[in-house]
Design a binder for this molecule. Structure first.
Ligand SMILES: Nc1nc2c(ncn2[C@@H]2O[C@H](COP(=O)(O)OP(=O)(O)O)[C@@H](O)[C@H]2O)c(=O)[nH]1
Ligand SMILES: [Mg+2]
Length: 315
């Protein structure tokens, strides 16, 4: 890029795309890169190249900002990716395809974003090329209702009507939707304050956490969650089994509940207050002999139960 001098002074902003598989996240990244490449503000990467999955973040600039863009694929395991670096995100782009509308993964990811403290959320409403205004209005209303329900400012969240594939294909009208999206990122995501120094994480086994149990619509469990469950926790990029203790007088919790849990991990993990984590149903039939606890592969097909934040380290 030939922007070296000016780019040095640009504000660094991290964003991520969430949204169900097939909603158009990869196409959107390709379209943004192509668009900004025309003004020398990015290097274009083809849809096929992005699709290979070897690149985990993408860089582009606007007049005053340098964006680093992460893609979260929306499949079960990628929730763990979002948990891993949500603390670095300044804003999230939720991609909703008009053809599918609000899906279970949409609900789950919005809930997760909320629980994990994502402040700025912008909706890219994709595949608008294929539908008329009546449909767009109806689906947009569902999206705003969902956001309101999840305590985002549903009425005022920017919903950009776009078509990533058409923009990528060179359709000037839809390329404008990419400009609108970038404009919304610039204006709606506040300049990041100086990032707080991360509290050094040291190995601990026991902590208290605030947990939200996802309901069925969000892809959570059907039944109750009790102290007899020994769930699989995903925390600090580690998958580890744990024992849970409920608050005094509480014996179980239902999907949709918020609960304070005391969690004791089977093995110590480097953790600190404010760290996000996810709770999965343990797969007791897992006898593949893979005891590795330093990756999330074993959680790809696991049933997610809840998402939480460490509040207090106990021991
Ligand atoms: N009609 C229409 N289809 C689109 C558009 N963007 C993406 N698609 C379709 O949706 C499919 C999935 O897109 P992709 O970006 O791979 O979705 P991802 O799984 O969210 O990354 C693509 O193969 C396209 O066929 C669009 O703007 N309009
Ligand atoms: Mg994709």
């Amino acid at each position: 890029m030939t922007q070296e001098t000016s780019s040095r002074d640009k504000t660094l902003v991290n964003v991520g795309t969430i949204g169900p598989p097939g909603s158009g996240k990869t196409m959107l990244i390709a379209a943004i890169l192509q668009q900004q490449a025309q003004s020398n503000l990015a290097q274009a990467v083809s849809y096929d190249a992005i699709q290979k999955g070897d690149i985990d973040s993408f860089e582009y600039e606007t007049a005053n900002r340098h964006y680093t863009h992460f893609d979260y694929d929306g499949a079960g395991g990628s929730m763990t990716d979002l948990i891993d670096n949500v603390a670095q995100l300044d804003g999230v782009i939720l991609v909703v395809s008009v053809s599918e509308g609000v899906m279970q993964q949409t609900r789950q990811q919005v809930r997760l974003a909320r629980q994990l403290g994502v402040g700025s959320l912008i909706v890219f409403f994709n595949k608008c090329d294929a539908f008329d205004d009546d449909v767009l209005n109806m689906v947009e209303m569902q999206v705003r209702e969902l956001l309101t329900k999840e305590t985002f400012d549903g009425a005022n969240v920017p919903v950009i009507r776009g078509a990533a594939q058409s923009a990528l294909g060179g359709d000037a009208a839809w390329q404008q939707s990419i400009d609108q999206l970038l404009g919304a990122l610039d204006s709606r995501i506040p300049d990041p304050a100086v990032r707080a120094e991360a509290v050094p994480a040291t190995p601990h086994k026991k902590f208290e956490g605030d947990v939200y149990l996802l309901n069925r619509e969000e892809g959570g469990q059907r039944g109750t969650f009790t102290a007899d469950d020994r769930p699989q926790l995903y925390i600090s990029s580690t998958s580890v089994r744990g024992t849970v203790k409920f608050p005094d007088g509480v014996t179980m919790a239902m999907p949709g509940d918020h609960i304070t849990l005391t969690i004791e991990l089977d093995t110590p993990v480097a953790i600190a207050a404010q760290l996000p984590f996810a709770v999965f149903a343990a797969d007791d039939d897992d006898d593949d002999g893979d005891d590795s606890d330093d990756d999330s592969d074993d959680l790809d097909d696991a049933q997610i139960i809840g998402v939480g934040i460490v509040t207090t380290i106990l021991s």
